[in-house]
Structure formats: C-alpha cells, structure tokens
Design a protein around this ligand. Structure first.
Ligand code: NOJ
Length: 569
C-alpha cells in the first residue's frame, strides 16, 4: 500500500492579516503573500494553510464569513487569489483553505433571510428557539439554554423583531448553522466543490466537531454560574461521523491528492482514531487540544505551570493511540495560541536554542507538523502594556466581563499577556526596518519591538538560525522514511527536564532528546553506551551526545550493530 503524501510533508499556516501588506493599508493581503512565497519554498513546506480571506465584517478576524465564494476587498480579489494559487503550484506547494461552516456571519445573506421572519424558508438553517418557558423574551435568564459563548456571556441572542433567540457558540455575529437541515449541508458541500474546482487542495475545517448538536438542545451540566459550557451537547455530537462521511462522499469522491484536517477542541484519542481511520473515509487528520491546555485550569485564563511530565504523558498517549490506525497533526502554535517559544521554552537568554529544541521535538514525532508564521524565526509574545493594545474579540470580551465581575484589571491583564491570541497575530517580522517590513502604512496591530533583532532577513543570513534549523527538520521528514513512517517509543516518561523518544523503521533508529530546562543535564536514556557512539544528525556537537546544554535539542542516529550487513533493511 502506498502511503499518503501528507505523511512526509510539513504545513505552513499564514494568518493573512499579519503576513505581508502589499498595498500599504496596514493589513496583510494576498498580493503581499504572493510576493513572499520564496520564504515558504526555501523552508521546504509542501502545503500552505491560509486562514480565512473571504468577505467578512471581521468581528472575529475573518472567522465570521458573509460570502463563501469571494475574497474580502481588504485582502484582494479572486484574480489575486488565482495568481497566488498558480504561484504556489509553480513552486510545488499545495493550498488548503479554511472552511468555517459551524457558523456564518450574521451578515451572510443566509442569515439575513433566516432572521427576516419565523416563516422564512431559511428559518431552519440556523438554531432559533423561543424564550425559556414561562419567561419573557429579553428577561435575564430567559435564554433557551444555559450555554455559554466561547467569547463570554450567553450563547443566545434575542432577535427583537421575531421574538426568538438564535444560537451562537462564538460571537453574537457568528450564528450557528443547523446541520440537521439537509439543505444546509448541500449548500456547504457545493461551496467546497466550487473551491476545489478552482484548484485548491483541501480544507482545514474550523471547529468541525461542533456541527452536530443534540437537537433538543438540553441545558448544560456543571457549575459555572448562570451559564455553563454546554459543550457535552454539541462536541462530537450524535451525527458528527455521519455528516463527515457524507461530506467525504459528496465533496471528495474521485478527487486525489487533497488534504483534510479537522479542528476539534475537546476531541479524545478514541474519537480521533475514528475520524482519521482511512477505512471510515471521514478526515485525514485532526487538531486535538490536550497539550495546549495543560498549562490552564478550568478556563484558558486560569494559568498554571506546565509540568513536562504531563506534556509527555499527553503527547505520548496520542502517539500510541494513533500508531496503528489514524494520523496525528503536530503543532505548538497557531493564530489562537500564544507564541510557542514564550509558552513552552525560554524567550529570553536561551531563545534560539529553545525555539530549535521545541521544533526538533515536535517535528520528530509521528504525524504531520504545522508551522505557524513566525515560529520559524522564534518570534515571541508581545509586551502588551494595557487593554488598549489588544484587538482580539476574545480578549476584549473576557477583560470586560472579568473586570465587571470584580477581577482586578492587573490580574486579568496578566493572563491576557500570557494566553491572548493577539500574541500570535502581531505582524510577521521580515526585517529590522520600521514596521519590520510588514507594511509601509500603520500596522493594524503593533509590531513587536524585538523585530530589530528577530526577523527573517537576519535569520536567513545566519546559518545557525532557527529558520535554517526548521529547513533541516522539514527536509529530514521529506527524505528519511523513519521520520515520516517509523514507530514511536517514549522514554524517560517521569523525567521532569528531558523529553526523550526513539523512532524506528527496519534497521533505522533515531533518538530524539530535548532539554526543557535552563539547566545542563545528562539524558539518562536506556542503552546509553550505544547512543554515546551514535551519529548526530540534528543539533550541535558538544562532546558527549547525551549531555544537553540548557534548552538544547538533538537527534542521534544509531550506528548499525557490528556485523549487520551494510544497507540491509
Ligand atoms: C477556531 C478558530 O481557529 C478561531 O480563530 C475562531 O475564533 C473560532 N474557531 C470560531 O470560528
């Protein structure tokens, strides 16, 4: 059986608002991306995932779409899009679009029609409900369920004109589509086929495990005050597998060489195996969230220290759970997460070494790695001074709600600085000039002042940079079958400083080491003598291959056992 192409490739994510601005309005655009494609080609990535570029009121930075078949004028035109796609394909890079179909914008014509009257033929395309029995529409607590929005407050908004509420798991400008209605599903599939016919190579599917809700919409359990998550009624809901299998049949049948990845908050390993089992024909891979929640308490704003032990237990369980059936996506960051080196590493004294170590550890796992723009430069979190520096709806709503309920503003700001999504959304740092070469205008979100030191031009010129390290890792996955296809064994599971594992395919065996501490440590791996004589294939030589400097990562290749036939597999 031939292996799917996406097992040996690496995906690069672009957040278009913040990548490159060609027209000087301070917001990134498609023409800007097209000009910068050599950066991706040089890195060696095989796929570009583009965050949403469709027309949008930009309430949630483009994840609120008002037209699925056009480009927002801020980003350009369909002609600009076609030029970008052709330029990518010329370089052998595929394009994966963001598919946001759990919800639309409230300014999408479908919703405008749906809200126009209770009798609208599209009324049932969204989730409309009467107030709680015995309560007046608009009265506190009259919302149809106690579900909470991911962006603070209730998940229901009253439409005064028709006297009913609509469901919005995200902002009130992002009403949830009703996937129970077959017309909705067919409309989505038609849109997907339209983009594939235009030449795109697949989709990253936004919160796709939210699309099947328990149709009775029961109250959520749990103790979260007036409103609780309610996610047990819509996360991997009753018809999710049926919907995704239907989508596969309706959209992807008879089309090859595509990639589908489902974003799935709260998905378990067992569910992920079902979603990505090739025999079930649903998705190629999913994004799971366990490892990016280990430094949080009940909500993402409750900070707690990350224990390396927990990280290994979690990622190790995913490696084991998808070893025989299914496939992993691998990531440290994206446009919703803080910067990887600030969160999991050291963004000060050992920034370069820590960024490289994190990359080494992640890229040597089994799965398809995703690089978020700027990660390959070791870009860091932004030094936000006050709430006026933030732009993201999630951060602004949380601040307003938390401060109104008595949290000290400094306390709220402390968690926004660590976890806020704007950390990832500051403009890409191309060079040391004003606004980092991102724009000639005024950037929509401030450029990190450290761009003077941390930028792509400097990284390309320095053979020891984080950038060139990523190039090496991406090439290894492409060229070394053991990286793409080998099995995975976690070592030292209770060591609080060293992350260690082996990969093996036939006679080929690699040992991967990462020091997650600011101390020099010796990796006490089993079989140390054999590894002490191994060949270093990633990392810097420094005497003993098992002695790691602060935040250092390494990959070693076992030498063939004495007597083994050269070249035998
Ligand atoms: C997940 C996206 O990655 C995030 O940016 C967005 O806010 C929500 N889904 C809602 O679309």
């Amino acid at each position: 059986m031939t292996e799917p192409w996406w097992k040996a490739t690496t995906v690069y994510q672009i957040y278009p608002r913040s990548f490159a601005d060609a027209d000087g309005d301070g917001i990134g655009d498609l023409a800007g991306i097209t000009r910068r494609l050599d950066h991706l080609a040089e890195l060696g990535v095989g796929v570009l995932w583009l965050s949403p570029i469709y027309p949008s009121p930009q309430d949630d930075a483009g994840y609120d779409i008002s037209d699925y078949r056009d480009i927002d004028p801020t980003f350009g035109t369909l002609a600009d899009f076609d030029r970008l796609l052709a330029a990518l394909h010329e370089r052998g890079i595929k394009l994966v679009m963001d598919l946001v179909v759990n919800h639309t914008s409230d300014e999408h014509p479908w919703f405008a029609e749906s809200r126009s009257s209770r009798d609208s033929p599209k009324r049932d395309w969204y989730w409309w409900r009467s107030p709680r029995p015995g309560m007046e529409a608009g009265a506190p607590g009259a919302e149809p369920t106690n579900w909470r929005s991911a962006f603070s407050g209730p998940a229901w908004e009253l439409d005064e004109a028709t006297g009913e509420y609509y469901l919005h798991i995200f902002s009130r400008k992002q009403p949830d589509l009703n996937w129970e209605n077959p017309e909705v599903r067919q409309a989505v599939y038609a849109t997907m086929r339209w983009w594939l016919d235009r030449g795109v190579d697949g989709f990253r599917m936004d919160v796709i495990n939210f699309i099947s809700k328990a149709p009775a919409l029961p109250d959520g359990h749990g103790d979260g005050g007036a409103f609780v998550s309610g996610s047990e009624h819509y996360l991997c809901g009753p018809r999710i597998h049926e919907f995704l299998a239907e989508m596969r049949r309706e959209v992807f049948a008879d089309r090859d060489e595509l990639l589908t990845v489902g974003e799935m908050p709260g998905v378990t390993v067992e569910e992920a195996r079902l979603f990505t089992d090739p025999a079930r024909a649903e998705l190629d891979m999913v994004f799971q969230f366990e490892h990016v929640q280990l430094d949080q308490g009940g909500s993402k704003w409750e900070l707690r220290p990350l224990r390396l032990f927990d990280l290994k237990a979690s990622l190790g369980r995913w490696q084991a759970g998808l070893a025989e059936t299914g496939w992993n996506s691998l990531y440290w960051g994206n446009h919703d997460q803080p910067r990887a080196v600030s969160r999991f590493g050291d963004d000060r004294e050992h920034r370069v070494r820590a960024a490289k170590m994190l990359a080494t550890v992640l890229h040597m796992h089994r799965g398809t790695p995703y690089v978020y723009q700027g990660e390959e430069l070791g870009m860091t979190n932004y030094p936000f001074a006050g709430i006026e520096d933030f732009r993201d709806i999630e951060s602004l709503n949380h601040y307003a709600e938390a401060v109104a309920t008595g949290d000290p503003p400094e306390h709220v700001l402390a968690s926004l600085r660590k976890m806020g999504r704007d950390n990832a959304r500051t403009p890409m740092q191309w060079d040391g000039s004003e606004h980092a070469g991102f724009t000639t205008g005024t950037p929509w979100l401030a450029v990190n002042p450290n761009h003077v030191e941390i930028n792509a031009a400097a990284a390309r010129a320095d053979p020891d940079s984080v950038f060139h390290h990523y190039r090496r890792l991406i090439a290894l996955r492409r060229d070394e079958p053991v990286v793409a296809h080998g099995d995975f064994t976690m070592l030292l599971s209770s060591d609080e400083r060293v992350y260690a594992f082996t990969r093996r395919l036939g006679d080929s065996e690699l040992l991967v080491l990462g020091n997650f501490s600011g101390d020099a440590v010796a990796a006490g791996v089993p079989d140390a003598e054999r590894w002490a004589g191994a060949e270093l294939i990633v990392g810097e030589a420094n005497g003993d291959p098992l002695a790691l400097r602060p935040w250092e990562g390494r990959v070693l290749r076992a030498r063939p056992a004495p007597g083994a036939r050269a070249g035998s597999r």
